[in-house]
Design a protein around this ligand. Structure first.
Ligand code: C2E
Ligand code: CA
Ligand code: CA
Length: 309
């Protein structure tokens, strides 16, 4: 089935950009409208608006700042401890990237999608993996039983860069394999099946745990659970947050716990903020918990200190 996306510009809409527009301005505006149409679902049309150019300019400048921050080694990783639901002992931590600026931290929810669009994500994820490996080396002296989780963008799996990223690091990954957990979203599973399965198997072969992040928010087909080498599912925090007031959310949490049990997967509940949520999660036999009730993401040194307390 062939569909088309279209960007439309009416010349008076260019007045806000600059008064006497020339043909290149018209084409570039139509192109921006086309790009927006593609980003918001394709197969349709969008009219050009001045705000699209303003957005593009601020995105470009943010992208430039992010490139500089990465080069200057100004990005940070914070670590959110992960707890065993029964014993309440720390069993690991999830690495979450932070971008400190003069105005405070910019959320990864904001700059990761931008980095994905610009291609900068490959460098960012490589940086994250290198940091994690350094931290694993540090941990292995005293706490080799702990697992450090890290997030990789689904983007790699479309562009085939994943293997390029991990290939040179394989000897190091091999050394600390079981201390590592890779978190992926369902989007990855869906988009490039064969390549992904092979890559995941090779990592798993080295002992790396594979977790399915944001479980329940992606695609309705669960067939990939049997096709992919997955060790853990992480129930998305939106369900944990609303399960007390929303019966559907509660049903999703219950179903996820059951699926995990049946398939022999570890189940993690993310975003546990209250004792009530913890009670439900424990009652459902969920294995691991993570959330503000226990600990917020913190610098690595603070995490080490917490382990020693
Ligand atoms: P995620 O992987 O689902 O990470 C969990 C998010 O929930 C984190 O937000 C964490 O700070 C937050 N969180 C944890 N416990 C609670 C809680 O009890 N309540 C609430 N309200 N929030 C909680 P953060 O750090 O802003 O990260 C957002 C997303 O950005 C992550 O979602 C992940 O998809 C992405 N991300 C973070 N770090 C990286 C990275 O190094 N690489 C890539 N590719 N993506 C990353
Ligand atoms: Ca995650
Ligand atoms: Ca998540």
């Amino acid at each position: 089935k062939v569909t088309a996306s279209m960007g439309v510009v009416q010349c008076h809409q260019l007045d806000a950009d600059r008064p006497h527009a020339v043909v290149e301005d018209v084409m570039s505006a139509a192109d921006l409208a086309l790009y927006r149409c593609k980003r918001t679902g394709r197969a349709g049309y969008r009219f050009y608006e001045h705000l699209m150019r303003v957005d593009l300019q601020s995105e470009k400048s943010m992208e430039h700042e992010l490139t500089l921050a990465l080069k200057a080694n100004k990005l940070l990783l914070h670590f959110q401890p992960v707890f065993d639901a029964k014993s309440k002992r720390i069993i690991g931590a999830e690495a979450l990237i932070r971008w400190p600026t003069d105005e405070g931290f910019i959320s990864p929810a904001q700059f990761i999608p931008l980095a994905e669009r610009s291609g900068l994500i490959a460098d960012i994820d490589l940086w994250v993996l290198q940091q994690i490996l350094d931290h694993c080396d540090q941990l292995s002296r005293k706490h080799s039983d702990l697992v450090l989780s890290f997030n990789l963008s689904a983007h790699h799996f479309n562009k085939h860069t994943f293997t390029d990223i991990i290939q040179p690091l394989l000897p190091r990954i091999k050394r600390v394999g079981p201390q590592l957990a890779l978190e992926l979203t369902e989007r990855v599973m869906f988009e490039r099946t064969e390549g992904v399965i092979a890559s995941l198997h090779s990592l798993r072969h080295l002992g790396v745990h594979i977790s399915l992040d944001d479980f329940g928010t992606g695609f309705s087909s669960l067939s990939y659970l049997t096709q992919f080498p997955i060790d853990k599912i992480k129930i998305d925090q939106s369900f944990i947050k609303t399960m007390h007031s929303n019966t559907t959310a509660r049903a999703v949490v219950q179903a996820a716990a059951q699926i995990g049990k049946t398939l022999g997967l570890v189940v993690n509940a993310e975003g546990v903020e209250t004792e009530e949520q913890l009670a439900v999660v424990s009652q459902l036999g969920i294995d691991e918990v993570q959330g503000f009730l226990f600990a917020r993401p913190m610098p690595f040194d603070a995490f080490l200190k917490l382990l020693d307390d």
